[in-house]
Design a protein around this ligand. Structure first.
Ligand code: PBE
Length: 294
């Protein structure tokens, strides 16, 4: 079993999120605008997430002057989505793929004709400088890690349905020997060396980090999963206080971080391609584009 450290920031963000959605009485007045129906609020996640920066840019670029992006957390956002969805009330959230919410609810992305949310994004694995020399086995596995949206989706859904992340990861690893064998190809076993993986409590990254944590543990590592906010996660890789992270979304989502820490980290692999971020709504809402929010 590995240790889990939860950053204070995550707890604070959750509290803010709960406060924000407590006062959120969406009122779907047929004659009013979409804005009126959701009180001009976009339900967001943790402030350090790239999708929050992208959404602030969308508010500017689409001139959504009356609109406000509400800060919270992934957990608070999905709770607000469930609450609205159950009553068929309107809600606009910051969504991304892969995410279990698209399997559980009928949702759609709002079209983004200005391309504020980028095109096809990728999930990258980033490592601290020197990891290759210090921990060649971990470096090898991390750089060979690659899976599909369906793979990640299975782990995410299992967790969402109540299985503990480390148990969901263990189950997936047990049932997917072939894939794991590809990641561990040529990796020699180690004897209790420490590896620290930093991640943010985004559902997608809880899944990937726990799975790789399990794979490294099976190779003999003592694995620590450190849960922090996005800024501290990038900082930890850059200053070497964490070894690696599976949570770098590029080229757009974490562009600001990638530029800020340029030359201070190593981009060692792409674990998934064709991922996406954007404003997301239930299909029963009758708008299609971010431009309809004006
Ligand atoms: N996400 C999930 C993150 C990256 C992974 C899309 C919420 C973000 O916006 O930074």
């Amino acid at each position: 079993m590995w240790k889990k450290i939860i950053g204070i920031g995550a707890v604070a963000a959750l509290t803010i999120g709960l406060t924000a959605c407590g006062s959120d009485k969406a009122n779907s007045d047929k004659d009013g605008s979409v804005g009126d129906s959701v009180h001009y609020k976009i339900t967001g996640i943790d402030p350090g997430a790239g999708i929050m920066t992208a959404t602030e840019n969308a508010i500017k670029d689409y001139k959504l002057d009356d609109w406000q992006l509400v800060t919270g957390s992934s957990a608070a956002m999905t709770a607000a989505l469930k609450k609205a969805y159950d009553k068929k009330e309107p809600i606009i959230i910051t969504g991304w793929n892969p995410h279990w919410m698209f399997a559980k609810y009928d949702l759609k992305y709002l079209k983004d004709p200005k391309g504020v949310y980028g095109e096809a994004e990728e999930i990258h694995t980033i490592a601290r400088k020197g990891l290759k020399d210090d921990h060649p086995t971990a470096y090898k596995v991390l750089s060979q890690f690659k899976w599909s949206e369906d793979d990640m989706g299975a782990v995410m859904l299992d967790i969402q349905e109540g299985t503990k992340p480390e148990e969901a990861a263990e189950k997936w690893v047990k049932n997917n020997n072939e894939k794991v064998a590809e990641w561990t190809k040529g990796a020699e076993k180690v004897n209790g060396e420490n590896i620290k993986l930093a991640y943010v409590a985004w559902d997608s990254e809880i899944a990937s980090t726990n799975v790789i944590g399990k794979v490294l543990e099976d190779l003999g590592y003592k694995v620590t999963l450190t849960q922090v906010e996005a800024g501290p996660m990038w900082t930890a890789i850059a200053d070497g206080s964490a070894d690696a992270s599976l949570a770098a979304w590029l080229p757009l989502t974490h562009k600001t971080y990638a530029e800020k820490f340029k030359g201070k980290y190593e981009d060692i692999g792409t674990s998934m391609t064709g991922v996406k971020i954007g404003l997301t709504i239930p299909k029963y809402m009758d708008i299609d584009s971010i431009e309809d929010l004006k």
